[in-house]
Design a protein around this ligand. Sequence first.
Ligand code: GLC
Length: 641
Amino acid sequence: MIKSSFRRALLGSISLCLLLAPLSHAQGLAQNLTQWPHIDSAIKPDAAMEAKIARMVSQMTLRQKIGQMTQAEIKAVTPDDIRKNYIGSVLNGGGSWPYMMKHATLKDWVAMSDGFYDASLKTDMKTKVPLLWGTDAVHGHGNVIGATLFPHNIGLGAANDPALIKEIGAATGKAVRATGINWVFAPTLAVVEDQRWGRTYEGFSSDPLLVRDYAKAYVEGMQGDFSKAGNVVATAKHYIGDGGTDNGKDQGLNRSSEADLMNIHAQGYYGALGAGVQTVMASYSSWTDGATGKAYGKMHGNEYLLTDVLKNKMGFDGFVISDWNAVSQLPGCLNYHCPQAINAGIDMMMVPLEWDKFIEATVGDVESGAIPQSRIDDAVTRILRVKMRAGIWGQRPSANPYAGKMSAIQARDLARRAVSESLVLLKNKGVLPLKKGAKILVVGKSADNLGNQTGGWTITWQGTDNANADFPHADSLLSGIKAEAGAANVTYAATGEGVDVSQFDVVIAVIGETPYAETAGDISNLSHTTRYPEDVKVLQAVAGKDRPVITVFESGRTAYANDLINLSDAFVAAWLPGTEGKGVSDVLFGHKDFKGRLSFDWPSAACPSKAQPLFALGYGLSYAKSGSVGELPVSVPVECQ
Ligand code: GLC
């Protein structure tokens, strides 16, 4: 077998020319790995550190060890709980803020983090161990009011720019440090195969090699070598095959062959592990080997993939964390009691509320022999190794130079550039770029709606229940258009009904999906109009009135939208752009050209089929490269098989 570093160099050059050229579907370049590769991590073992860890482990009691393996939710634990139970980590889940205050200030966040940190150093352990605080800053620090939010990953994938991803990873690390946090549950490395999946937008692409290159860049930016004040622990998630389940069902069954796991779904992990990622989050999904029919069940109980493959064959020496109460989906397990998962290779348990029961149950499991002491010692060794590599001793949260700094949670120019690079022009009958001085009618529910513009994982878990006032440092697409064209030249009428379109030179319709996250985003077919009939109604109100209609489509996935494209003279896929709406107007008015290329196929039908996509992965027009689309067939979508 070619030495992995040579192969990576070889593939690196191949993927480099791939990235320079329009994206080509990975199948053309699919790897033909026949065995799991060993990945040389950028972060090497350190003998002195290992000796120190071994000494610490030998001096820890069983409860102290299991405390380190426990991650509790901030709303369910106090500093004194941390101290008394040796808890090694906390998290704030989506929509969880200090004291459940949606508008908690940076000061509130940092104060809470100092409290947990100080408590972790007041235990009676021989060597005190500070704790890690993990959060889902998956498109910037989405939990915090005032933070800059980047385009979700589907848009970043369209930008096709690993250097940009590295900058975003670094900016996100600084942002979470502003709130006293030192661990981010990102990047998501799903290779998304069915866009009916509710988490499609958390994925970069259906192209495994793009995911691999992005994984490397993101981890290098966010974690680096932990030498920068903005570096934090990153997480490769959700291991493995979360994007390849039947019909895109969230937490469903992936029936890839092992070869396809190796060559498609694992590519992101090759990039992330190579860059030194220190944590991996297990997937809720299950795996049945499509080649042999062997059913391995839920990933959280899959010792073969978690331990034999990830840790032993690929050489991952960080730690594996479970997902939110995911172990309860294993036969015979509860949220807080699942020896099978720990024996399979879960090192830290995300047991948000019932952490105390977890500690008691797991102590019992070790005492009964259900969990070998050696497994506990290995898990704690891994956790201490990551904490030492991250250098969290002596890093009281408020002492970080970014702590409490509004400037650290904002990166508006970077995000604005990312928005511009993410836009994909699918149709343009010579109506773009817009001209200065044009009288513009703006329609559509999403033109002035920062909630729709930012999508899920934004302030709240689902990204719902947010008003524009919750985004004090943001620009809607409408405000971007007004800033460009002059407010006096812009009229906004959400539904477009009853407006005399002839009074205007051009219409811009901003439509698309409304926010969702995880399973709530699962759909049965890709027809946009089936789910959002209001959008085609808006276009019908303004099209065919002898004025060009430019549609800007905000979504967490590509969609069957032939009816919408037919009613548009120009059609822009804007994905979920985040807080910087001016990144859209920069391109619509020609200050920047369209650079984005589809990182997923754009479907020609409402149900996944073998039919040719309407636009293939890698497609995208520009001002330099025009192209229009003829009248498209419109079929009433049926329920997909
Ligand atoms: C969620 C998600 C995972 C996230 C975790 C903590 O259920 O699956 O991506 O990191 O819980 O919020």
